[in-house]
Each structure stands twice: as structure tokens, then as C-alpha cells.
Design a protein around this ligand. Structure first.
Ligand code: KG4
Ligand code: ZN
Length: 356
């Protein structure tokens, strides 16, 4: 493995920095192009994000071909900006990490092709990163850091999972959604209420004005044992309630949010009981939701668990999380071959390799 010697212009500890391993992270799995730069001795030294969400808004959801085309436009300028802001150059990089899946195939191919081509031309290693491992580990950028082992609640637009995390790369899925992911349920319910795309944050804002007592939505699957989820029924409940009460949008948003967040909270208690762990890490786009955070913080106090989240900007997709996981793995010698550009639109988190 090569670790490049680089020039550094304005960091205080020039000598320490020169010993560092510098990882560039590229995220392009959906509608956000994210770039991150991680330095082994300093930590995260730069990140940039470009969201193509406005392009997709008129279609009411992500238009995959347009997302791919936008990644192609954005990825190199963003890499240039991140390197320039950190006062590094391409020659300073020690390795390049990219999201290889899960995600939209065309979008993933953009990040993979750029990462592999750059790594090949610079003669440095590249590595395929699992998008959900990025979400799962990005709270390690915060202080205080969560300590292993922990239960992770991953709540995004594509996944709802409870995971037993023993160490980096040692993941056992304890439960997941049997139908819609919770973020997807937020988005679909928002669409029913005419809130546009992406709906999650808009629904959360509307819910702030809602009365929690007007409607009571079910808490799906809490009567059944186990840690799986089902959120498609909540969206249907919202549709039926809205058809009868078209003037009660805020109350419906509130009832949906309370039901979704309480369901997540109940399953988190079960997962903590089952594993006997006292640390819960919550990540993915829906972890930005303040009502969910409030619910889980109260739960943590009640059951004696510490609850950790990423900072708001790292809840949704970003390049920092890919740079971080890339750093963990590349700096320990893991890497891809340069021979082919391949992606994994479907990828089982439990199949990832462990690192010491
Ligand atoms: O992790 P993410 O950026 O992308 C995926 O990997 O899917 O998550 C996006 C999801 C969307 O469904 C979005 O509506 C939801 O996270 N989301 C929220 C909030 N912010 C983002 N849902 C509820 N409340 C929020 N504040
Ligand atoms: Zn994501």
C-alpha cells in the first residue's frame, strides 16, 4: 500500500500531517453528490455536498437518469473544491473510497468510475464502501464518540434496520422493515398531504403545528414479538384519514410522526433489552427528525442507555461518511483491484469484512 508524502501549507503540525494517510470519499448513490477528505492524524479536513433534489422535485421522487447526469457534472468540481479548501492536491491522496452500493446503478457508476480512474492514474488504492456502513459509523466523527458494542437504528429513505454492532465490520441485522422504509413512509405521507419532495423534512415542519390528540394512528407490529418493522400501513392510514379530513393536514402529519417515532422507540427498547447493550446509535436521514430524537432521548434516560446521533448535516447522505469508512478500511490495507469498475446496487451489510 502506498502512503503518499505530500506538501502541506497551513496546518500547524507539518510533521504529523506528513505522516498521515489521506482518504478521499465519494458518495453518489442517490440524488446527492458528496465528497469528504479524512486525515488519519487530524480527522475530517473537508467535505462538500451538492444535492440535485430540486431537479427531482417536479417528478415527485428521484429520477435516476437525471441523478446520474448531475453526479457527472458535479463530482470533479466538488473534489477540486474540497482539496483546494483543505490546501491539499490530488498527489497528496493516499487512497480513494467510493459508495459501491446499495443505491441507483447509474448514480453509483459515476462515483465508482471517477474513484477508480483517479486511483489508477495516481497509483493509489481504491475501495468500494457500503453506503449504510457510512451512515452507521458517521456518528464516530462526533464527541463524545459512541463505544462498541452498540445497537444501531438506521433510518433512511431506503432502509429501516436495527443492527447489533460489535465492531467495525461486525454487523448482525436484528430487524428491518418488511415493506416501506420509515423515510419512504415519511415521503409518501408527505406526498399524500401535498407537501412535495423530499417530504420528510416538510412533514416534520408541518407536524410542529399539529395537535397530537386529534388522531391516533396505529403503532405497526408492536404487538408481535421480534424487531421487524412495517410502515406501509401508516401511509395508508394517513391517506384514508386525509380523505375524510382534508382540512386537518397538520394534525395528520403530527399523528403520523408520533406513530412512526414511537414505533421506532419501542423496537429500540426491545433491541437494547435483547442485546443487553447500553448504547444506541441512530443514523440515516430520518435521524435528523427532532421528534424522533426527543422520543429516543427520553427513552434512553428511562432505560439507562446513552443515545448518539450524527450532526444534522451528516444524517442525510454525505461524502464525509464515505471518507471515514474508507479511512478505517484503506489505512488497514483493504483495497479493490484496479482491473474493473463494478458496483453493488444490492449489498448485504452482514457480508462486509471485519477489520481488526
Ligand atoms: O439517508 P438519506 O439521506 O438517504 C438514503 O440513504 O435513503 O435519507 C433520506 C430520507 C428521506 O426519506 C427523507 O425524507 C428523510 O430521510 N428525512 C427526514 C428528515 N430529514 C430527512 N424524515 C423525517 N424528518 C426529517 N427531519
Ligand atoms: Zn443514505
Amino acid at each position: 500500500m502506498t502512503s503518499s508524502v505530500f506538501t502541506i501549507h497551513n496546518h500547524q503540525d507539518q510533521q504529523t500531517a506528513q505522516l498521515g494517510f489521506i482518504t478521499l470519499g465519494i458518495e453518489s448513490s442517490c440524488d446527492e453528490t458528496g465528497i469528504g477528505l479524512y486525515h488519519s492524524e487530524i480527522g475530517l479536513i473537508g467535505h462538500q455536498l451538492f444535492s440535485s433534489v430540486e431537479i427531482h422535485a417536479e417528478y415527485g421522487g428521484v429520477f435516476p437518469e437525471l441523478a446520474s447526469r448531475d453526479h457527472i457534472k458535479r463530482v470533479l468540481p466538488l473534489i477540486k473544491i474540497v482539496l483546494a479548501e483543505a490546501q491539499f492536491t490530488l498527489q497528496d491522496l493516499s487512497g480513494i473510497a467510493y459508495t459501491a452500493g446499495p443505491g441507483l446503478a447509474g448514480a453509483l457508476l459515476v462515483g465508482a468510475a471517477v474513484a477508480k480512474s483517479l486511483a489508477w492514474s495516481l497509483d493509489i488504492p481504491s475501495l468500494a464502501i457500503h453506503h449504510m456502513e457510512g451512515h452507521l459509523l458517521v456518528p464516530l466523527l462526533e464527541e463524545p464518540q459512541p463505544k462498541f458494542p452498540f445497537v444501531a437504528l438506521l433510518v433512511s429513505g431506503g432502509h429501516t434496520m436495527l443492527i447489533d454492532v460489535k465492531a467495525i465490520g461486525q454487523y448482525k441485522i436484528l430487524g428491518e422493515s418488511l415493506d416501506d422504509a420509515v423515510g419512504e413512509a415519511f415521503d409518501k405521507t408527505a406526498k399524500i398531504l401535498g407537501l412535495g419532495y423530499p417530504g420528510g423534512p416538510a412533514l416534520a415542519i408541518l407536524a410542529e403545528q399539529g395537535n397530537p390528540g386529534t388522531f391516533k394512528f396505529p403503532r405497526p407490529m408492536i404487538d408481535r414479538p421480534g424487531l421487524d418493522f412495517s410502515f406501509s400501513g401508516l401511509k395508508t392510514f394517513a391517506r384514508n384519514t386525509f380523505a375524510k379530513h382534508p382540512n386537518k393536514k397538520a394534525d395528520i402529519a403530527k399523528a403520523f410522526e408520533v406513530a412512526a417515532t414511537q414505533t421506532l422507540m419501542i423496537k429500540c427498547i426491545r433491541a437494547l433489552e435483547q442485546t443487553k447493550y447500553t448504547t444506541l446509535v441512530v443514523a440515516g436521514g430520518v435521524s435528523a427528525n427532532l421528534s424522533l430524537r426527543k422520543e429516543l432521548n427520553q427513552m434512553g434516560k428511562k432505560v439507562g442507555a446513552n443515545v448518539f446521533y450524527p450532526r444534522q448535516e451528516f444524517c442525510t447522505d454525505n461524502g464525509a461518511m464515505i471518507a471515514l469508512v474508507g479511512h478505517f478500511r484503506l489505512s488497514r490495507g483493504q483495497c479493490d483491484t484496479h482491473h474493473e469498475i463494478s458496483i453493488k446496487p444490492r449489498w448485504n451489510l452482514e457480508k462486509l469484512s471485519q477489520i481488526e
